[in-house]
Design a protein around this ligand. Structure first.
Ligand SMILES: [Zn+2]
Length: 237
């Protein structure tokens, strides 16, 4: 992707009142086989894909999020929900002094509570701010963290961040069966290797297809309506 659509490479007279896409990720364990920057890399790729089809600018990514449930694993850095909510709120207030719209592109499920709180507040204040998740049209509840989906997308985006020799099946029960323990005791209590899903069989080729589907799903949301959590929802036709 050229630097043309990147906020950070423009000068101020080159800024028009455009939609600004803000990748929001995490620095968080993704099993023994996938890098800590996975969520951020995927959010950046989806934001760039959106700008390519929709226009607008990609802001420098927010690479830290609310990842408390992963803090038992070395490398994870969580700023927590409270700090993240404040960060998103002040980002939106500042950027909306010149942007036409701000859309946060979220790569990490743990950020959703803070995102919803901050974005609904910004909207109450009269600012055109919204968010959308990075996901496929029909998410697999048994592949939610460092499984085949994320591993494939990373094999496509950043093959050097994948360690094929360390891929192993993690906990493969659906997420809703695990959430109770996950929220109270953290990821390590649910999945000792930090994987929810099975990364084996991930390929760069399927990652390219999955990423394209994530971008298409995000684009469909962009044309849709904002729900009471500030999240863009595709209009059902
Ligand atoms: Zn992830």
């Amino acid at each position: 992707m050229s630097g043309d659509d990147e906020l950070a490479t423009r000068t101020w007279p080159e800024i028009e009142a455009a939609t600004v896409f803000v990748p929001l990720g995490s620095t968080e364990q993704h099993g023994p086989h996938l890098s800590l920057g996975t969520d951020t890399a995927i959010a950046v790729a989806v934001a760039r894909g959106l700008v390519a089809v929709h226009g607008g600018l990609v802001a420098p990514e927010i690479a830290y999020g609310s990842s408390g449930e992963h803090e038992d694993f070395p490398g994870t850095v969580s700023i927590g929900a409270e700090a993240l909510e404040l960060l998103i709120t002040e980002f939106g207030r500042s950027a909306m002094r010149w942007a036409a719209r701000v859309v946060f592109v979220n790569g990490h499920g743990g950020n959703v509570g803070a995102l919803a709180a901050a974005v609904t507040r910004l909207r109450r204040e009269g600012r055109d701010v919204a968010w959308l998740p990075c996901g496929t049209a029909a998410p697999d509840p048994a592949d939610t963290h460092a499984g085949r989906i994320e591993t494939s997308v990373m094999a496509h985006l950043r093959p050097g961040d994948v360690r094929p020799d360390r891929m192993a099946a993690g906990e493969t029960r659906p997420l809703d069966e695990l959430l109770g323990v996950l929220r109270v005791a953290g990821m390590r209590a649910v999945a000792p290797t930090g994987v929810l899903g099975d990364p084996r069989g991930a390929t760069a080729a399927s990652g390219e297809v999955i990423l394209a589907e994530m971008i298409a799903t995000a684009r469909a949301r962009l044309e849709g309506t904002v729900d009471r959590y500030g999240c863009l929802q595709k209009v059902l036709t």
